[in-house]
Each structure stands twice: as structure tokens, then as C-alpha cells.
Design a protein around this ligand. Structure first.
Ligand SMILES: [Zn+2]
Length: 253
């Protein structure tokens, strides 16, 4: 088994950051992808690479393309060590991709929102979620699984919020909450890098209290966790199946 694991690890590394991460991760929603173009089911074509500068961290954040969006491999293993300096798998995003998938503006996105029931300790609350690609069904399934955890872990799934059309604090980039594909949990008990550091390139101490039992349920359903970022946002989960596709997932434990 160990040899198989090693081979799988090497294979994943070899395949890492290929356009197939998109076809594998999104299934029917992305019928074709190659080194120049990815094509969505709705007919939209997007460039795989753009020529905008991507050298400094600011340029990487602001000029990410679909290739760079995969450049840091998401590790769904344990949290043995804090994420290394500027290692933010999934935080580099090509905004036109999310607009093409989930809605080009607020009006179009809101047309795609449906309501799901999210279990709480006392009953449930209603949360708006994007239905494209079945994100709503996946988040509903996550809530049902979390409801089976012991109470001392379930409390970390309280205070949930999803859709909110807004930019990321201090930037002009849309938050993934704007697309209805992200959820924040336990806002008063979790940690956010910006509370510790004044700028993107500052040196920050990692902190987290979110139980890994909750994180693993999200990851199983195609959601990544902001606690795996150098710029940690431990309340935050977002649907990013390209990073959890077998071809792209880091096998490092
Ligand atoms: Zn969030």
C-alpha cells in the first residue's frame, strides 16, 4: 500500500496544474480545457493563460489567470505545520471564470441562488447558495454530515453566512461570497490574518481553532478551507473542485 501511495503521490505531482484540473473538477460544466482555452457548458470560452505581469505578489493576486489559479497545490492532509510564506492555494483567482460560471453580475448571480436548510444546535436556518453545478446540494450534504458530529465540534458550524455581494476587504476583487459559493462559520470564534497584519506581504503568525473534522467534511464535497492559507481565514470555505480534483490534489500528508 505504501508503494501505491508513493506512486499516486508522484503521479499527482506530475499531473499538477494542468487544464484537466478544470474538466475533472467541474465535470459537465466544463466539457473541454487545454493549454490555450477552456470552454464552459454554456458556450463561454476563457483563455487558460493571460499575458499580464505576474512577478510580484501584488501582480499575482491581481493578474491571476486560470493557469496561475492552480499554481499552488491544495493539500487536503493534516495541518502539521502552518502554511509557508505566501502559500495560499485557491486564494489566487481569475474572476472572469467565476462570473462565467455563476453569474456575470449581481442580478445574474441572484437568479441562480436557491435556499438550503443549514442545521443549527436548535433547528436550522435558511442560507442562499448558487445552484450552478449543484453547489447548493453539496453544501446541504455538508450540513447534514456536520449535524452528526459531537456537539463540541458542531458548535463551530454555528453562525453560518453564505451569499453577500461584496468585494474583499481593502480590494476591488469580488469575494467568493458574491457568487453564493462560499460559507463562513463561527465568525466570533475564528481567526483572520488581517487582524494580525497590516499588508499582504507582512509576516504573520498562524492561528486556528476550527476542528479538522469539519474541514474534512467540506473537502470531501469539493470545498477548500481558508485555514490552509498563509493569509488564513479560518471561518471560510468555498467551492473549488478544480483544486480537489484527483489530478491536482497535493498528496502530501
Ligand atoms: Zn468567507
Amino acid at each position: 500500500m505504501k508503494v501505491v501511495g508513493l506512486l499516486l503521490g508522484a503521479f499527482a505531482l506530475w499531473l499538477h496544474a494542468t487544464p484537466q484540473c478544470y474538466t475533472q473538477g467541474y465535470g459537465d460544466l466544463i466539457p473541454s480545457a487545454d493549454e490555450t482555452t477552456i470552454v464552459l457548458q454554456n458556450g463561454t470560452s476563457l483563455p487558460y493563460k493571460t499575458t499580464l505581469p505576474k512577478t510580484t505578489w501584488d501582480e499575482k493576486i491581481n493578474n491571476t489567470d486560470l493557469e496561475m489559479q492552480l499554481s499552488q497545490a491544495y493539500d487536503a492532509g493534516g495541518i502539521d505545520t502552518p502554511p509557508s510564506y505566501l502559500f495560499d492555494p485557491g486564494r489566487l483567482r481569475y474572476q472572469p471564470f467565476f462570473q462565467a460560471l455563476y453569474g456575470k453580475d449581481q442580478k445574474a448571480i441572484e437568479k441562480n441562488l436557491v435556499t438550503i436548510q443549514w442545521p443549527t444546535l436548535k433547528g436550522s436556518i435558511k442560507l442562499p447558495v448558487n445552484k450552478v453545478g449543484g453547489v447548493d446540494k453539496k453544501l446541504y450534504a455538508i450540513g447534514q454530515e456536520i449535524a452528526k458530529l459531537p456537539k463540541n465540534e458542531r458548535i463551530w458550524a454555528q453562525g453560518a453566512t453564505t451569499y453577500c455581494y461584496r468585494v474583499i476587504k481593502d480590494t476591488d476583487r469580488l469575494s467568493m461570497h458574491s457568487f453564493g459559493i462560499a460559507i463562513d462559520l463561527a465568525p466570533t470564534k475564528t481567526q483572520y490574518w488581517k487582524d494580525e497584519a497590516p499588508s499582504e506581504t507582512a509576516h504573520i503568525g498562524y492561528r486556528n481553532t476550527m476542528p479538522m473534522s469539519i474541514v474534512r467534511i467540506f473537502e470531501k464535497h469539493g470545498f477548500i478551507w481558508g485555514g490552509r492559507w498563509y493569509h488564513y481565514d479560518t471561518m471560510h470555505f468555498e467551492y473549488r473542485p478544480e483544486l480537489l480534483a484527483p489530478a491536482c490534489l497535493s498528496q502530501k500528508k
